[in-house]
Design a protein around this ligand. Structure first.
Ligand code: ADP
Ligand code: MG
Length: 363
């Protein structure tokens, strides 16, 4: 099911008297292609949940429209939209078994949607098998791990065969290992069912790893939409560049003059087509090449061995953060007692941003 968000805006009145209203979502305009998994990504408070609640019908947009396929669902209640919702806290009924939890939404169906008892049981077991909890059907939620509980919540969201599936930070309550495993599971389930899915997270790695498209938001405003690799390789502004990538991108104060880009006194790149101005320079950790003739020098702090790679921690007076972190192949040896390290920079891993607007300047 294609999902259209048309100029979607949500404004909350101020919680205090005469205070400023909050524009939680500002003119969100995007068509989610049928059958895709979209990662809605951004820092806490940027409007992710509000967007999801508008899609689900739990909140009404201040303006704008929502379409599922050709249907305008903007005025429909959540029950009438055919959405499956999964939240961070699994919200299972503690006194019911797994089976009863999954059956519950079907038992509430009315009229012609109502299924026979046999059909309900079959559906429940089918989705349980899909999320691989069919051997846990007689347990209570308290007898399950966090990951298993979240699978039950996903099964419960899927059992009514929703037109779209909405997940709000579904992995946040799981420990690191389960988080990895469960996100792979969600990807698999989405691929098998091909239900159009919106997955909300503040964790860029999580969003990058499972999404067909990511939508990066900041303060209610969509910054960039694209395939994860494309957004990573070509961020539209400094915010997006900084938000994606672990370890994060290194940011330097820089200056364009005499047709070149300077970090401090060092001319690190030829930029014949850019006018003179102050800029921010972003260099991805994997964009540094140890090169004794390289143009950028940094003061070595220490070297962290990570097996396949080596992380070189250094400092540079123009760096916006206390350290510069570069990642190079472990075959590179840095001699004991080295004070200065010299780098050349991979051209596709360095980005220049306007100092005022923080918009990317194309080379
Ligand atoms: P996210 O899910 O990205 O963390 P939210 O969508 O929950 O962000 O919130 C976006 C903004 O809207 C925040 O500034 C938040 O404080 C505000 N907000 C959310 N819900 C309400 C509400 N019911 N009333 C007033 N302000 C709200
Ligand atoms: Mg939220």
């Amino acid at each position: 099911m294609e999902v259209v968000l048309q100029n979607l805006t949500k404004i909350f009145p101020s919680r205090i008297k005469n205070g400023k209203e909050v524009v939680a979502v500002n003119n969100f305009d995007f068509t989610i292609p049928d059958g895709k998994l979209i990662g809605l990504l951004g820092p806490s408070g940027c409007g992710k949940s509000t967007t999801l609640y508008m899609l689900s019908g739990l909140q009404k947009p201040t303006s704008g429209k929502i379409f599922f396929g050709a249907d305008d669902v903007t005025e429909l209640t959540p029950e009438n939209r055919g959405v499956g919702l999964v939240f961070q806290n699994y919200a299972l009924y503690p006194h019911m078994t797994v089976k009863q939890n999954i059956l519950f939404p079907l038992q509430n169906l009315k009229g012609e949607d109502r299924l026979s008892k046999e059909e309900m049981i079959k559906r429940a077991y089918d989705v349980a098998a899909l999320v691989q909890i069919d051997d846990l059907m007689d347990r209570k939620p308290s007898e399950l791990s966090g990951g298993q509980q979240q699978r039950v919540a996903i099964a419960r969201a899927l059992v009514k065969m929703p037109r779209i599936l909405l997940l709000d930070e579904p992995l946040s309550n799981l420990d690191a290992r389960l988080r990895l495993q469960t996100r792979e599971e969600i990807k698999r389930i989405q691929r098998e069912t091909l239900i159009t899915t919106v997955f909300v997270t503040h964790d860029q790695e999580e969003a990058m790893s499972i999404s067909d498209f990511i939508v990066v938001m900041k303060k209610g405003v969509v910054q960039q939409i694209g395939a994860p690799q494309d957004v990573y390789d070509s961020p539209i502004n400094l915010f997006v560049a900084k938000f994606l990538g672990t370890p994060p991108i290194n940011v330097f104060e820089g200056e364009i003059k005499e047709g070149g880009l300077y970090i401090g006194e060092e001319r690190v790149l030829e930029t014949p087509n850019i006018e003179d101005k102050k800029v921010f320079v972003g260099i991805r950790p994997e964009g540094f090449i140890l090169d004794e003739n390289g143009p950028l020098s940094c003061t070595l702090q220490n070297i962290e061995v990570m097996g396949r790679d080596v992380s070189i921690v250094s400092t540079n007076p123009a760096s916006a953060s206390p350290i510069v972190r570069s990642i190079v192949d472990a075959d590179n040896k840095v001699a004991e007692g080295t004070e200065k390290v010299y780098f050349s920079i991979k051209p596709n891993k360095i980005f220049i941003f306007d100092h005022e607007t923080e918009e990317r300047i194309n080379l």
